[in-house]
Design a protein around this ligand. Structure first.
Ligand code: SF4
Length: 504
């Protein structure tokens, strides 16, 4: 679909126009320049900004159909040009989405929001103690979010505050993410830093050497500066793809290097791939009091697992789940993905009925997204996925199923190119929510990323300003540079928490 857009000359509008266009059309090409005979739609904007921002948009298609809409909003006082422009951008998005909804007949449930963390908007209101009705009205009026999604946001925010009542006061603490970049094989939809454990991407030994070093240095800094850890999360890759002995040494390092490990509210280890789980490794997890693990089926249909390159069987997922349960793991998360290639309502219903037999403490329901770097996106034609309406139906099935089985939604995030423009939702049985997931989604405290591909998010304890910092993704580069990366993080931490330079 080719869209000619006139009347908006500032190139900064381009990205928003593209993102919103993508919500409606498969291959959306935006042209902000001049008339092009090949266009399918023309959208003529008229924008005025003074005390108010006024946007008028007229849409014309090939068949002579015409739609138009306008939007007016008072301009808020601002300090920077960027803030001023953002108000124009929101107004343009509002009119643009409205006219496209009218023309296509599609309703975008998240309105003009294309970001990852919609619940943050509601937290901002809660923190400012805005009355709920007023907050909801603003979300609806300003962003065109539907009542259904606003209700979902409110349920999630309420749940999060019940689980972490001091959520808004945790900025003086940090959480830690530890990235272990190895997996038995690479899944087709994956864009995580995940390297085949037997591959040639740098040795596991040298990687673990670097990781222990980072843990000691960062842990030393936290101890020295009396900064507490709220949660720790081992992700990747698959952190259980290393040997039981290597895992044992890693957790021993955690206890030796991190401050007050017994006081940490939660330690999670992703054991994502069932083919990596053994009795020996579960013993190690128990030995070090790991609170929560993830065993991820993604689907309970064998052909799907094969098609996406997960070299394990459905039985293996179920067996490993029982093994973990029998060995005393009592907080297990399982991930399902809606819209995997070849899957529709039938396969998803099967996955839900299998989940019922296991009843994990939490169930995270993802919607497949076509991320640029995945093998699936590179070879899109080879993977047949469900239509938007079917994806929506599966999402509703997940909502109903979780409700029926007493799971509550407690975090959500969205991604670009997610099927049906939906969301990923974490559901949990009462009091089994993952605190780390809340921390990472709501961005209320610093998360220090350690290891391969680990992204740190530094949040200023007073201003809340966010700075991102990423460790190298591949083990080889990591092995060559972990000392320098650790130094940089310590420097940022010193500045952030206003501490004097130290050599922890
Ligand atoms: S198990 Fe997870 S991290 Fe590993 S390749 Fe598959 S999707 Fe990626």
């Amino acid at each position: 679909m080719k869209l000619l857009i006139t009347g908006l000359h500032d190139e900064r509008f381009y990205r928003t126009l593209q993102l919103i266009g993508d919500l409606f059309f498969e291959e959306c090409v935006i042209n902000l320049e001049k008339a092009d005979d090949e266009r399918d739609l023309t959208l003529a904007f008229h924008l005025e900004a003074g005390d108010q921002v006024k946007v008028q948009v007229n849409l014309f298609d090939h068949e002579g159909n015409e739609k138009s809409t306008s939007y007016v909003k008072a301009m808020q006082p601002v300090e920077t040009e960027k803030e001023r422009f953002n108000q124009l951008k929101y107004a343009v998005s509002h009119a643009y989405l409205t006219v496209l909804q009218e023309w296509t007949g599609m309703v975008q449930k998240w309105g003009i929001l294309t970001g990852i963390r919609p619940t943050k908007l509601l937290h901002r209101h809660m923190k400012a103690k805005t009355a709920k009705e007023e907050a909801h009205k603003q979300l609806k009026d300003d962003y065109l979010i539907t009542d259904e999604k606003i209700e979902l946001m409110q349920r999630i925010v309420d749940r999060q505050l019940a689980v972490v009542p001091d959520l808004y006061e945790l900025r003086d603490e940090v959480s830690i993410y530890i990235g272990i970049p190895f997996c038995p094989t690479k899944c087709a939809y994956c864009t995580f830093p995940a390297y085949a454990i037997n591959g040639r991407q740098g040795s596991v030994d040298s990687f673990l050497g670097g990781l222990h070093y980072e843990m000691r240095k960062i842990g030393g800094w936290l101890k020295e500066n009396n900064v507490k850890i709220t949660t720790v999360y081992y992700g990747g890759g698959t952190p259980t793809s290393i040997t039981a002995e290597e895992m044992d040494m890693l957790y021993e390092e955690m206890y030796a290097s991190f401050p007050d490990v017994e006081q940490i509210r939660e330690v999670t280890v992703e054991a994502g791939r069932p083919d990596t789980i053994t009795e020996e490794k579960l013993e190690v997890l128990k030995k070090w009091n790991i609170d929560r693990i993830s065993i991820n089926p993604q689907s309970y249909t064998q052909e799907t697992l094969k098609a996406i390159g997960r070299h394990h069987t459905v039985e293996e997922t179920i067996d490993k789940y029982h093994l973990a349960r029998n060995m005393g793991m009592n907080n297990i998360n399982m991930d399902l993905i809606i819209g995997l290639p070849g899957e529709g309502v039938k396969e998803f219903a099967h996955s839900l009925s299998e989940s019922k037999k296991l009843m994990p403490e939490s169930l995270t329901v993802h919607t497949l997204s076509f991320k640029r770097a995945s093998e699936m996106t590179r070879n899109k034609s080879r993977y047949k996925v469900a239509e938007r309406s079917e994806v929506e139906e599966m999402m509703s099935m997940a909502e109903e199923w979780t409700k029926e089985h007493q799971y509550d939604p407690y975090y959500l995030y969205r991604q670009k190119n997610i099927l049906g423009n939906l969301e990923n939702v974490g559901y949990a049985l009462p009091n089994q929510e993952s605190i780390y997931n809340i921390m990472i989604m709501e961005e209320q405290q610093t998360i220090i990323g350690i290891g391969c591909g680990a992204a740190s998010k530094f949040i200023h304890p007073e201003t809340g300003k966010i700075n991102h910092f990423a460790n190298p993704k591949d083990p080889k580069t990591y092995n060559e540079s972990f000392e320098a990366y650790t130094e940089k993080k310590l420097k940022i931490l010193n500045e952030l928490f206003d501490k004097k330079e130290s050599h922890a």
